[in-house]
Design a protein. Structure first.
Lengths: 508, 140
């Protein structure tokens, strides 16, 4: 049994452990810590934009550094490590193996993240997470920019190591009696997303090295003055990071595949269509990267190809939504906190996807590109879908990590406030984009419609902030003083669980 | 695998694919029409640099931070950048094209209403990106 807090152990025993649930616990704690750090930056950004002119942040450079570190932190130090946390807890159990395939490699992959995160936070670069040259190569101030490059390099290696581990664990360490088609969808989601990482990451890894040598002045890969091409960077970048969107979203969908049937008290509508949709998504995810680049002067043919590639990803995502709804249809559902987060996440996933289809249409993209529409659109994925799925799943794991139950009322209030806040912030940002407000701006024109929409957004962000403070309190308080959980069935749902609870005692 | 039949899901997927095909075809058609630059369009050379816009008319006159155009005439912008990437945007007329160092991107439009419009930078370009604006004056 793995009740990390119920049976207190010295902290060093967890830190130097290679057992998958211990590494999972480290991933969980670290990613949630970075979630609050990155979220605090978001609140700073929203406070600044509450009114036109300078509010709480003195100069635009500080503001630019804040949104850069906000984005980098929440993508690379919250979303990705949190997915790894869940994978570490569940994948070995779901494939019925004693641990990850390479336990030491697993611990190494985790311990690469703190130095990477430290480089990003101590440097505080300003070129946005996109880091596009020539700005990042010739204009962005060092050493912040160089520290960011090294930080991302380390995080990229960590991500590749983690992915190799998941792929080998699932394909090679799976119990011989368990056919791949019967492996639960949560584990399937880690197989798909890990394979995407292995194919996608190398191109950005190369771009980072090229960017660094460009900055050092020894090469000119992206510098037109030396015969380079800044557009090449954008291709290399998006070839990694469009598929990376699926790397983030697929595990969150996998978490919902664990929660939705559990709280609907029936099996998933179709396991095979879930697997099919994961596989399709991880293949067509590679056909759409340049839809981020319509405005760079692409030819009509190129734009058409990438529009078709982008639209091709929609049916697979829609199949997931169908699968969830069909599972819940007429079921005896129990809206405990994890279920509320999952259902809310699916609703926002649908909205985000609908916005994505609109955005893929070439003429419309020239209205929305680099405007607040895009900010609202991708935040509906990263916050509305992935963070919602992750937070719900942490509530789901809570009794099994701590041996105690979280406070259900606080959990529900947390969800309702966050949902309202998310809708206020990100739906409003879509409209703000249609009115032409550019993204990544420290200040905006004092038009009445800009002001009112920015204020709605900022108030929504503060509501989210307050709800997250409540969550933090609930987690800390309940892990020490909460009611003891009924470990066999914490929500009284009946049926069989896949839980760390069932794992054997860790071998330290 | 669950034993039940899965036909509702396949019908649903077919409907989704039909909708997407419609969106794609319509977008393709609109973009094809929008991209067709009229032959008589007057060329305006646009240069973005940190953190202002320079415009050069066909007759060689240069304007910085403002652009004067005639109502009802088509114009073709030839856009480039001097230092880092920018993005040339007149939101009211859905004119948007990146200004890339070492490249010449083109986009055209024909203003149909006299007045003042904001030209802004839509691609992050550093310290004063937020304030990299110019004014378009459309005259009768």
């Amino acid at each position: 049994m793995v009740l990390e807090l119920a049976k207190p152990r010295p902290i060093w025993q967890i830190m130097f452990s290679t057992h998958h649930t211990d590494v999972g616990l480290l991933y969980t704690i670290m990613s949630i810590a970075f979630f609050f750090l990155g979220g605090a930056l978001a609140l700073g950004i929203r406070a600044e934009l509450f009114l036109p002119g300078s509010q709480i942040i003195g100069d635009s450079m500080t503001f630019n550094r804040m949104f850069t570190v906000h984005g980098t932190t929440l993508i690379f130090l919250f979303l990705l490590p949190f997915a790894s946390a869940v994978g570490n807890y569940f994948v070995p159990i779901m494939v019925r193996y004693k641990d990850m395939a390479y336990p030491k490699l697993n611990a190494i992959a985790f311990w690469m993240i703190p130095p990477g995160g430290a480089l990003i936070w101590l440097g505080f670069a300003d070129f946005s997470w996109y880091a596009t040259p020539p700005y990042s190569a010739i204009s962005a101030p060092g050493p912040a920019a160089d520290m960011w490059i090294f930080g991302l390099k380390i995080l990229g290696v960590s991500s590749v190591l983690g992915s190799i581990n998941f792929v080998v664990t699932i394909l090679k360490c799976k119990h011989p009696d368990l056919p791949l088609s019967k492996v639960p969808l949560l584990a399937w989601s880690f197989l798909s997303s890990s394979l995407i990482v292995l194919v996608a990451i190398p191109s950005f890894a190369a771009a980072l090295v090229m960017l660094l040598t460009d900055r050092l002045g020894v090469t000119g890969f992206f510098d037109p003055a030396k015969g380079g091409d800044p557009i090449a960077y954008q291709h290399l970048f998006w070839f990694t990071f469009h598929p990376e969107v699926y790397v983030l979203v697929i595990p969150a969908i996998g978490m919902m595949y664990e929660i939705i049937p559990r709280f609907s008290r029936r099996p998933i509508f179709s396991q095979s269509s879930g697997i099919f949709a994961f596989v399709v998504l991880s293949i067509v995810g590679f056909s759409s990267w340049a839809h981020h680049m319509y405005a760079t002067g692409m030819s009509f043919t190129e734009k058409t190809v990438f529009m078709v590639g982008t639209l091709a990803a929609a049916p697979a995502s829609a199949m997931h939504v169908f699968n969830f709804i069909a599972t819940m249809w007429g079921a005896r559902m129990r809206f405990a906190t994890p279920m509320m987060w999952s259902v809310g996440g699916i609703a926002l996933f649908f909205s985000a996807g609908a916005g994505g289809v609109a955005n893929a249409a070439m003429p419309f993209d020239f209205i929305t590109h680099d405007s607040y529409w895009v900010v609202g659109h991708f935040h509906l994925f990263v916050m509305g879908t992935i963070a919602f799925g992750s937070i719900g799943f942490l509530y789901y794991m809570f009794p099994y990590i701590t041996g105690r139950m979280y406070n259900e009322t606080m959990g529900k209030i947390h969800f309702i406030m966050s949902f309202i806040g998310t809708v206020m912030v990100f739906f409003t940002q879509h409209v703000l984009g249609l009115y032409g407000m550019p993204r990544r701006v420290f200040d905006y024109m004092p038009l009445p419609e800009y002001i009112i929409m920015n204020q709605i957004t900022s108030v929504g962000a503060m509501i989210i902030g307050a709800s997250m403070a409540l969550w933090l309190f609930n987690m800390l308080y309940s892990s020490a003083k909460g009611k003891e959980a009924n470990m066999d069935d914490p929500w009284g749902l009946g049926g069989k669980y896949y839980y760390p609870h069932q794992a054997k005692t860790p071998h330290h | 695998m669950s034993g039940h039949s899965n036909w509702p899901e396949w019908i649903y997927v077919a409907v989704v694919i039909c909708l997407l095909t419609y969106v794609g075809a319509e977008a393709w058609n609109v973009e094809r029409i929008v991209e067709h630059t009229p032959a008589e369009a007057e060329v305006i050379k646009v240069t973005g640099q940190q953190w202002f816009w320079t415009f050069e008319h066909e007759d060689g006159t240069k304007e910085v931070g403002e652009l004067h155009l005639k109502k009802g005439k088509p114009y073709k912008f030839e856009i480039t950048a001097k230092d880092v990437n920018h993005s040339f945007n007149i939101h009211d007329y859905v004119v948007l094209q990146d200004a890339i160092v070492g490249r010449l991107n083109t986009v055209w439009f024909a203003p149909d209403k006299a007045g003042e419009y904001t030209i802004q930078c839509r691609e992050y370009c550093g310290l004063l990106h937020y304030n990299m604006r110019a004014t378009l004056y459309v005259e009768e």
